[in-house]
Design a protein around this ligand. Structure first.
Ligand SMILES: Nc1ncnc2c1ncn2[C@@H]1O[C@H](COP(=O)(O)OP(=O)(O)OP(=O)(O)O)[C@@H](O)[C@H]1O
Length: 593
């Protein structure tokens, strides 16, 4: 019930209460195992007592701690307990794990303070990530995402669970125009050391209620903050209210209730973020994809069909197969095996390749609730020299290095050797890393002396280890996460925190596709929902990359970063392993192919 104030300080005291439910008296208690309701024994034993107990309208009830969401005050003297059992549902040809929100009947008590205290104690044990005070969630909501219902969905489906049941502190931040989500994230007071807030009111979690574009804009804002090195610790969550929702799908957040349960559980996983530089001085941050040609056309080319929801992508795919076009471009990749020695040499410049960090649970200020899974698979170890940030091992910039964080010693040396004093303008030779906005270090791109406006014709002009791919594709996409949309597992088997992106290609020799190529495209379209196209030999090729150079050479299509089209100029992409944290569904695991 709105308007009932609960003092979190008093939430720890009371754990057992005499209640009345459906005309039956009993006891409700909160224990480590969960919440129990035990009806009082019936007076008079024997056969009569046994028979009467069968007819009782209210039976004993037990809600396991793993399912608890919280409790809602229905009136000052009545409350219900909420829980979320898991179930599986078949959606198309994929079976998904989801959560229902369920609640008990009303429990009535005579003392409103006792009711409020027990409600707060249940909420605290279920959904406050082991903290004494409720976490603060900032909800950035895009009213134009998807079919335009994000604000309504936030208020009708998410807030009743997050605020009224879990007792979380949720502040609403509606976007007012394209790009506004970046500004909102730049200005949030975050609850991290030096986070422009670091107060009890600071934001603990940023929730993007929209599509992938809203999260993408928020990511730009996060890394435009001067305190990005601390701000990146704040977990991000993608709530599926757009038309694609690839990030939400890749985190197992298939619907709104599952996303709300995930917020209450607070389980996070590290995710790689790519810096994408575009001459002369643009820098973007991506965590989903770079697509070109057919994949871009079925996204940007179907914007006018936004009202159809996800169906527009399927129609766009069919149209591309019928068109049978190939698209030329220039692509170089740096595979992880080649990047390792390179990054070791660049470590002195501020960045190094690290194993994927382990998955963690959000923790209270005392760290007591922190659990680590998979530390044997490369998680941080006490005693490592690197700065440990919430399970991440990537070294942070040292104090005072921020002003040149986008540049490298190597690039500076190269610029200095040319006597250009750092290079202010983009010239024929290309731009210097120092011309780009500061941000996470770029040890791999810093080995390129310049970032020219046109990519070279062969890898011989690049440092050792770079490989050239074909230069004409029917389908081309570089992906970090497994899903590009709720129904498109375009990168099956990909891991979002493994330090590399997967580059998928369906190459073609000529500008027009033949029947064989069209058939391969059709196989991709038919098998993209569950990713089964990847099991058919000869349909697509995949290469892993720590860094990627890409240049569009066909003006009839788009280059698209995380669903947003960018100008027709080369891209210089470098993956930052485990740079951010994404909230994932409880029990979520990235499925192997
Ligand atoms: N108030 C607003 N008015 C108009 N456009 C907005 C507003 N707020 C955000 N936008 C723009 O809405 C666009 C679409 O948002 P978003 O990408 O989240 O939804 P979507 O395209 O439906 O989903 P997906 O990207 O998952 O396919 C973004 O490019 C964003 O810049």
């Amino acid at each position: 019930m709105d308007g009932v104030q609960i003092d979190p300080e008093r939430a720890q005291g009371l754990r057992t209460l005499a209640v009345r439910c459906g005309g039956v008296t009993g006891t409700i208690s909160l224990a480590d195992g969960g919440v129990f309701f035990t009806p009082d024994p019936i007076r008079g034993g024997g056969l009569f007592g046994w028979f009467t107990s069968l007819l009782r309208p209210v039976r004993p009830q037990f809600i396991p701690a793993g399912q608890l969401l919280g409790a809602r005050l229905e009136s000052p003297c009545a409350f219900s307990v909420w829980y979320a059992p898991e179930y599986t549902a078949r959606m198309g040809c994929v079976t998904k794990r989801l959560y229902h929100a369920r609640h008990t009947p009303r429990y009535e008590v005579s003392d409103p303070h006792a009711a409020a205290e027990l409600v707060a104690a249940i909420r605290r044990s279920a959904s406050w990530w082991g903290r004494d005070k409720p976490p603060h969630v900032a909800a950035i909501v895009n009213p134009k995402a998807g079919r335009g219902g994000a604000v309504r969905l936030l208020r009708n489906q998410l807030l009743p669970l997050l605020r009224d049941v879990a007792g979380l502190r949720v502040t609403e931040h509606p976007t007012q125009a394209p790009g506004h989500a970046s500004m909102l994230v730049r200005e949030l007071a975050l609850n991290v050391p030096g986070g422009g807030g670091a107060t009890v009111d600071g934001v603990d979690l940023i929730m993007f209620v929209g599509g992938d574009g809203t999260l993408h804009e928020g990511l730009q804002g996060l890394f435009q903050r001067p305190d990005w090195a601390a701000a990146r610790e704040v977990p991000l969550v993608a709530v599926p209210c757009g038309s694609g929702n690839g990030v939400a799908a890749s985190c197992g957040l298939w619907d709104l209730t599952t996303a709300a349960v995930a917020v209450c559980r607070g389980r996070v996983a590290p995710v790689d973020v790519a810096s994408v530089l575009q001459p002369p001085n643009s820098r973007y941050y991506c965590l989903l994809s770079v697509v070109y040609g057919a994949m871009a056309n079925l996204d940007i080319g179907t914007n006018h069909l936004r009202w159809m929801g996800e169906l527009r992508f399927h129609l766009g795919g069919l149209r591309e197969i019928m068109r049978g076009r190939c698209y030329s471009c220039r692509v170089f990749v740096l595979p992880p095996s080649e990047a390792a020695p390179a990054s070791a040499s660049a470590a002195a410049g501020g960045g190094a390749l690290r194993p994927a960090p382990a998955e963690v649970a959000l923790e209270g200020p005392d760290g007591a609730a922190q659990r680590r899974a998979g530390s044997a698979a490369g998680g941080p170890r006490a005693g490592d020299d690197d700065v440990l940030v919430s399970g991440m091992r990537e070294p942070l910039l040292r104090e005072g290095a921020a002003a040149s964080s986008g540049e490298s010693a190597a690039a500076d040396a190269a610029g200095g050797a040319r006597g250009d004093g750092g290079g202010n303008d983009h010239d024929a030779e290309g731009s210097l890393l120092s011309q780009y906005p500061p941000g996470p270090p770029l040890p791999l791109l810093s080995q390129l002396p310049r970032l020219p406006a046109r990519l070279p014709d062969s890898p011989s002009a690049l440092p050792r280890g770079w490989q050239q791919l074909a230069d004409s594709f029917a389908i081309f996409g570089a992906y970090n996460t497994q899903y590009l949309a709720l129904g498109a597992r375009a990168n099956p088997g990909g891991l979002m925190g493994d330090g590399a992106w997967e580059v998928w290609q369906l190459e073609a020799q000529s500008r027009r596709a033949g029947a064989g190529l069209r058939l391969r495209c059709l196989k991709v379209l038919l098998g993209v929902e569950d990713g089964s196209f990847a099991r058919t030999p000869g349909v697509m090729h995949v290469t892993k990359a720590r860094a990627l150079l890409f240049e569009q050479r066909d003006s009839s299509t788009w280059t698209v970063l995380d669903g947003e089209a960018v100008e027709e100029r080369p891209l210089y992409l470098e993956v930052h392993p485990g740079l951010c944290r994404l909230l994932v569904a409880p029990g979520f695991r990235e499925e192997p192919l």
